[in-house]
Write a protein that binds this ligand. Structure first.
Ligand code: SF4
Ligand code: SF4
Length: 368
């Protein structure tokens, strides 16, 4: 069983020592962050957000992490996608606040990467032939995957797996991963009588008719409820709800290829389950959190740290009214993220196990 350290949100007294940042410091000590990275160059991979998003990771946690790495003689740098690093100051991320330089993960023009062949063919025939692994990350001696744990439209949730799988490959490879989803919907113009029932019955506004009279599905807003197909009187719409599984296979493969560049113990994972909003931070906007803050999870293991965070996000803690306008929880059982996005978040874990990311079993070690 992998150990996952967990710092919860409880504040037992009015003392800084029992608040989350102090617990995070003790968690880093439990994981030997200072000694582990002595003399090493450490890439801290985080999502720096974009636009007007104001609930990306608070700079204080990043600063505590870089201070801890430096305490033992390590040399940290912060890294994220090339486009994300240019306007970070307005979200509070600067070299001064974070205590480390911010470096574009694949160089200034995203031309610094290493190609690996993966030769994966998905069930719909889509292929993932190769991946471009971002050079500045895989050149580092060690990596800390510092993830904002939250919802994500197509992947159901974003955590450690996705931070590496999508965040440590180039834009071209991200597009190839998204292409695995192609074929989720099939609309037959010849069968369509333009009655509009699919649009009326779509709970999220994902289904619309474009100016050419073609039915269009915005996959980012779709929860795969199939109301559109079920309400269609002519069978003009078919929904392939397995498309998200194909993406999650691709995520597992990509995360595996990035992690393969490092020995066990050279990568640490921290999931900060704070400001758990439904959308990826790349949207550049902030909506209400779906549940109260949960805390911080830390481990040497990728799947256990994600599974532990998922297990601690409970449906019963859902904050009524927190979904963006026009969205409702799907009437189905399952994890909160499944009811928000229609896709089972645990499938990402299952795919991880299937595609070589290890076992997801864990035991919690509380940090008081
Ligand atoms: S599957 Fe559901 S959410 Fe997706 S387009 Fe159809 S009705 Fe809308
Ligand atoms: S419900 Fe079916 S027939 Fe009616 S507009 Fe939608 S796709 Fe066309």
């Amino acid at each position: 069983m992998a150990t996952v350290y967990f710092a919860d949100m409880e504040v037992k007294s009015l003392s800084r020592k029992v608040t989350l940042p102090a617990k995070f410091q003790r968690m880093m000590d439990a994981l030997d962050v200072a000694q582990r990275f002595e003399g090493k160059t450490v890439a801290v991979k985080m999502h720096l957000g974009s636009g007007l998003g104001y609930t990306t990771l608070h700079p204080l946690f990043v600063r505590l992490l870089t201070d801890k790495i430096k305490e033992g003689g390590g040399k940290p740098f912060i890294t994220d996608g090339t486009s994300a690093v240019w306007d970070t100051a307005k979200r509070g991320y600067t070299e001064e606040t974070l205590g480390a330089k911010i470096i574009p993960i694949a160089g200034a023009t995203e031309k610094y990467y290493r190609t690996v062949e993966v030769n994966h063919t998905a069930s719909n025939g889509a292929t993932l032939d190769e991946l471009h692994l971002c050079g500045n990350l895989i050149d580092a001696d060690a990596v800390i995957v510092l993830s904002h744990f939250k919802g994500h439209g197509e992947a159901s949730y974003g955590g450690a797996i996705k931070n590496l799988a999508m965040g440590a490959v180039t834009r071209k490879s991200r597009a190839a991963l998204h292409r695995l989803e192609v074929g989720a919907f099939h609309w037959d113009n010849d069968k369509c009588i333009h009655c509009g029932r699919c649009i009326e019955n779509c709970p999220t506004g994902a289904c619309s008719e474009d100016e050419d009279g073609e039915i269009d599905i915005n996959i980012h807003n779709c929860v795969y409820c199939k109301h559109c197909a079920k309400s269609c009187p002519t069978g003009a719409i078919e929904v392939d709800s397995d498309s998200y599984k194909r993406l999650q296979e691709g995520l597992a493969i990509s995360a595996r290829e990035v992690a393969a560049h490092f020995e066990h113990g050279e990568i640490l994972y921290f999931n900060l389950a704070l400001d758990i909003t439904p959308l990826c931070d790349c949207w550049g906007l902030t909506t209400q959190p779906l549940v109260p803050d949960v805390g911080i999870f830390g481990s040497e293991y990728m799947l256990p740290v994600d599974k532990a965070a998922l297990d601690h996000i409970k449906m019963e803690n859902f904050i009524e009214g927190s979904l963006p306008a026009g969205r409702t929880l799907a009437e189905r059982s399952g994890h909160l993220f499944e009811r928000v996005w229609g896709t089972d978040p645990y499938n990402q874990i299952k795919m991880g196990e299937q595609f070589g990311l290890g076992d997801s079993g864990y035991e919690i070690e509380p940090i008081d």
